[in-house]
Design a protein around this ligand. Structure first.
Ligand SMILES: [Zn+2]
Length: 526
């Protein structure tokens, strides 16, 4: 097996390849800075999460190479409130705040002190669950504290050079009166302003549609802000960003990454190592990440159905430039099976060739919230958990008790998996997966003489042979009863399902009888 220069396994994983590229292109540095960020102008959805976890995986790969890494997450919350999101209550009230910074918009959901903060905290409380812990930077605070005053003055002083970098990717050049700065009015807080002039130092003059006009001192007054295409490269230099991926929108031809690569030179810096990550779609739940009614599929929705490890696996196991769907339908079963296979390969429980072993093991490591457990976790399929949970009315401890050989150290992970299985089967599984055990014996009315005999024979078998018959034994027994009573086996199966769950079909019957338990069976077959 090959080793690279830093002594790590050359796994070929994209996170490792990117980490190596960062080291190669940025040279030996005491600290590497990896960045991600977003405007919290709405609920942060699972497509946005793809960027965060892409950075997290590269951060891990760098740290595993002994590098010191700063992982910064920028909340671009000094951006303007452009549109009232449909999922927010009090739409009319919110309309009054259009064109103000999103940190001044009230949070009508009552989550936090303002709308931006509400969206931020929603995500900040989830990320630790999947092992992601960036350092958050709040741009509204940064701008309001004058932290960027010199950088804004620098942009004003290099207005023409910056204009050239932006014009390089425009079909029409910027207007003659274009300034590399925008202003929120100090009185009405809206950005409906026009820059009137700059005194060559700290004084910036603007007028507002509300009638207000003034000259502010960039070091003291708030309101001035660099436009996105200037703000982004300025911060690359300010923070010394070595790696930052971006979505298709920023990475399109002439998009903000293209212009930022030029503008960053004006600030005397270099662009970070980057890659483009692709969009995500949703399967088994409307297909879209955000619906027209404002409902958004977030990390919390994914964690309802996928454990933190399997959630990470979805991203760690897929190349960032590949489009894929987060599934809520039957694919959930397959994805857990793929994860479990990856786990068996990691623990050497399923033999594969060296190349596959290295590949799968690396994906498994990167899928863990922290370190892989010393002992292999307990494996049980979502399908089986769903059957157990529904038999026990969603009771997780009863479900775990029905599994053989679960050790104490395996319990915590298994409980999370069981919760996900329960959420899946009750909310997203196809109808044929769902059932609940009847609470009382069904009526005999409508049963034929032969069927009644068959039930009596079945009940006798439960009473006297329950413990001695295994799954195979029960399978044979039911067929035997069908033969003895001259019934079509399919017809008998259907009648038994009806007696147990009130449906024509259900989980594999022999195994199901073992799960239900003797006492409950006697009661239902009475
Ligand atoms: Zn104003």
């Amino acid at each position: 097996m090959e080793h690279n220069s830093s002594g790590h396994l050359n796994t070929g994983h994209w996170a490792d390849i990117t980490a190596e590229k960062v080291i190669r292109e940025k040279g030996d540095k005491p600290v590497y800075t990896c960045a991600s960020g977003i405007t919290p102008s709405g609920t942060v959805h699972i497509g946005n999460f793809r960027e965060i976890i892409s950075v997290d995986l590269v951060v891990r790969a760098l740290r595993e190479r002994g590098k010191s890494v700063r992982f910064i997450y920028s909340w671009d919350d000094y951006d303007v409130f452009r549109k009232v999101p449909k999922n927010m209550p009090q739409q009319e009230l919110l309309t009054q705040y259009l064109r103000q910074p999103i940190t001044l918009v009230p949070d009508t959901l009552g989550r936090a002190e303002n709308y931006a903060r509400g969206n931020e905290t929603d995500l900040e409380k989830l990320l630790p669950l999947v092992g992601i812990a960036p350092e958050y930077i709040y741009q509204a605070q940064r701008y309001a504290s004058g932290y960027y005053a010199a950088d804004i003055r620098y942009a004003l002083a290099h207005r023409d050079e910056i204009r050239k970098t932006l014009d390089a990717h425009r079909s029409e050049p910027l207007e003659a009166d274009w300034w590399p700065v925008s202003m929120f009015c100090q009185v009405c807080h809206r950005d409906d302003t026009v820059i009137q002039g700059w005194d060559g130092d700290w004084g910036l003059t603007y007028s507002c549609a509300c009638g207000h006009h003034e000259t502010i001192d960039l070091r003291q007054a708030t309101g001035a802000k660099l436009p996105w295409r200037v703000d982004w490269p300025m911060r690359w230099v300010k923070e010394g960003v070595d790696f930052e991926p971006a979505g298709k929108d920023h990475h399109s031809e002439g998009g903000s990454f293209d212009t930022a690569k030029l503008t960053v030179k004006v600030y005397g810096g270099d662009p970070p190592v980057t890659f483009q990550y692709d969009f995500l779609s949703i399967k088994g739940r409307g297909g879209k990440i955000s619906s027209s009614s404002g409902e958004v599929i977030g990390l919390d929705d994914v964690l309802d159905v996928y454990t933190p490890e399997v959630t990470r696996f979805l991203f760690a196991g897929t190349r960032p430039n590949a489009e894929f769907a987060i599934s809520f339908d039957l694919d959930v079963l397959k994805i857990y099976e793929d994860y479990d296979k990856c786990e068996r390969i990691f623990y050497g429980l399923q033999p594969v060739n060296d190349k596959e072993k290295a590949k799968q093991s690396r994906i498994y490591e990167l899928s863990q919230v922290s370190q892989p457990e010393a002992q292999p976790p307990y494996q049980v399929t979502i399908r089986h958990l769903a059957t157990l949970l529904q038999t026990y009315g969603g009771d997780i401890s009863q479900t775990l008790a029905a599994l053989d050989g679960v050790s104490d150290s395996q319990r915590a992970r298994l409980e999370v998996r069981a919760r996900c299985a329960w959420n899946w089967v009750t909310q997203f599984a196809p109808e044929e997966f769902r059932f609940s055990l009847l609470t009382t014996a069904a009526s005999r009315a409508g049963l034929s003489e032969q069927e009644l005999t068959a039930f009596r024979l079945l009940r006798e078998a439960v009473e006297h042979q329950y413990a001695t018959l295994d799954e195979k034994g029960w399978q044979d027994k039911i067929y035997q009863i069908a033969t003895d009573t001259n019934l079509d086996a399919k017809q008998l199966f259907m009648q038994i399902y009806r007696a147990l769950i009130g449906k024509d079909q259900g989980p594999r019957l022999a195994g199901f009888l073992k799960i239900i338990g003797k006492d409950k069976l006697l009661q239902l077959l009475a």
